[in-house]
Design a protein around this ligand. Structure first.
Ligand code: BGC
Length: 412
């Protein structure tokens, strides 16, 4: 439960131009956002770069300079020849747990999502990025640091004030909400006004790291053991996109070893860790054809296997189990926050590829919420999950504009 120092929602009057960078689990997004006062409107130019796997475990210089280089190439592509007389303000979405003493700083508590770059945990990430920007002569200064869930909450609330929670369901999973400061033990002595509020980044992916509550299977233990940080993010490892492909691989391999699946086939690729991405599951589940042709092609392409129709159907059943469990556990996290806030009705802004691209997920989560809250058949679900696609740029821009240094935003 991390305090983010974002103390209020935008009013819609925010204005100005700001650069944003979103370092997620899979991609790096650089955006130039222009907020137009009074219109709850914005314009943005966005570019997405794939984060190479090697960068996630290389040295910190390689990581930060990779980001600095992408910002430099974004600026030279979209603003060629522009020579600002002062550094451009940058709002940095860093989708990992950080301990924040202010909106401009954040000490990385621990890497998640299989990142493992030495020398960053326990340190403030802002000076590390700024040092790389300086080495690379990129005229940019960090004015805000935020979590992706916080950007999603703020951006979604900007468009729809009924949004009370922002959540990510992608490579990782997490949620943020606005809390009353008087209910936050860590802020008891902070001398804040009685009605002060602040956004909490729950970091609920780390729920049950003690392994006391969640019903873990041998496959969950295996995924945890082979991850970069065993013993952490136990809930996230049961739910998020980074792990559901691996869960399927482990289950299919076990059935192969028992002589049930892929008899007499070369399973070398099936034996390779992390051979499958979440999209493999979604393509298979979306294949409604009788011969499961799309699914068959995925098996050939990703695993070099030629399954029988019966085998495909068995695997599809496994996929249904994995994805339904993930969706229902995800619903528990959302429901827990609603209960904590004593909220019976709200909208939740959800961003992330798994939620937005895996078409069965949304319905399964909605069904999970229906069962938890005991909504009767025919009764409309009171907690609605709305896709917040591509909110990362505008969310980060709004957060920067909400912080005391509003005048730092440049003119559009
Ligand atoms: C991180 C969170 C992040 C989530 C979604 C998790 O692994 O700990 O900070 O919000 O992934 O990107």
């Amino acid at each position: 439960m991390n305090i983010t120092w974002v103390r209020k929602y935008p009013t819609g009057r925010e204005k100005g131009r700001i650069l944003t960078v979103d370092m997620g689990g899979t991609n790096l997004r650089v955006c130039d956002v222009c907020l137009s006062a009074g219109k709850r409107d914005f314009e943005q130019i966005q570019r997405k770069y794939k984060l190479p796997e090697s960068v996630k475990t290389d040295t910190k210089e390689v990581l930060w300079e990779f980001i600095a280089d992408r910002i430099a190439s974004f600026l030279s592509d979209h603003h060629p020849g522009e020579k600002p007389n002062k550094p451009l303000p940058l709002s940095f979405t860093f989708s990992f747990p950080v301990d924040q003493r202010s909106i401009r700083s954040g000490i990385l508590q621990r890497w998640t999502k299989n990142f493992n770059v030495p020398g960053v945990e326990g340190n403030d990430v802002v000076p590390q990025l700024e040092a790389a920007l300086k080495r690379k002569n990129v005229p940019v200064t960090v004015v805000a640091l935020l979590n992706d869930t916080v950007g999603t909450l703020v951006a979604s609330h900007y468009r729809d004030p009924q949004v009370k929670m922002g959540s990510i369901f992608s490579t990782g999973c997490n949620a943020a909400y606005m809390e009353e400061c008087r209910k936050i033990p860590k802020l008891q002595d902070a001398g804040l006004p009685e009605d002060a509020t602040v956004i909490i980044n729950t970091e609920y992916g780390a729920f049950d790291n003690e392994r006391q509550v969640l019903p873990l299977t041998p496959f969950d233990h295996q995924i945890d053991k082979q991850s970069a940080r065993p013993g952490t993010q136990i809930y996230e490892k049961m739910v998020a996109g980074l792990y559901i492909g691996e869960m399927l691989r482990l289950m299919m391999l076990t059935l192969h070893k028992k002589g049930v699946l892929f008899k007499n086939q070369d399973v070398t690729r099936l034996e390779t860790e992390n051979a499958l991405e979440a999209s493999f599951l979604s393509i298979a589940e979306m294949d409604l054809s009788e011969g499961l042709q799309d699914m068959r092609e995925e098996f050939e392409e990703n695993l070099g296997l030629e399954p029988t129709l019966e085998e495909l159907k068995t695997c599809r059943y496994l996929i249904g189990l994995i994805a339904t469990r993930a969706a229902r556990l995800y619903a528990c996290g959302i429901a827990a926050i609603c209960q904590k806030m004593n909220m019976r009705q709200c909208h939740v802004g959800v961003d992330g590829a798994v939620f937005n691209k895996y078409s069965m997920f949304k319905g399964r989560v909605a069904q999970g919420l229906r069962e938890i809250f005991d909504w009767q058949p025919g009764e409309v679900g009171l907690i609605a999950l709305n896709a917040a696609e591509d909110g990362s740029g505008v969310g980060a821009a709004l957060v920067a504009s909400l912080c005391p240094s509003e005048e730092e935003l440049g003119p559009c």
